[in-house]
Design a protein around this ligand. Structure first.
Ligand SMILES: [Zn+2]
Length: 53
């Protein structure tokens, strides 16, 4: 998974795709694959700050 540094504290943030995103990808397959082009949300492991790339 993609890793970025947090804009607030410069800690390591991991990109996450939620359960519902995978749900729709499978239900709407193959059209749902387009959803994977959406950018994942990043959550900082240090301060918990959430951001999009
Ligand atoms: Zn942070």
């Amino acid at each position: 998974m993609a890793q970025l540094s947090c804009p607030k504290c410069a800690g390591i943030s991991n990109g996450k795709r939620g359960f519902w995103l995978w749900f729709f990808v499978i239900i709407l397959f193959p059209i749902g694959l387009v959803l994977l082009l959406l950018k994942p949300k990043y959550t900082c492991s240090k301060c918990g700050f959430m951001f999009k790339q």
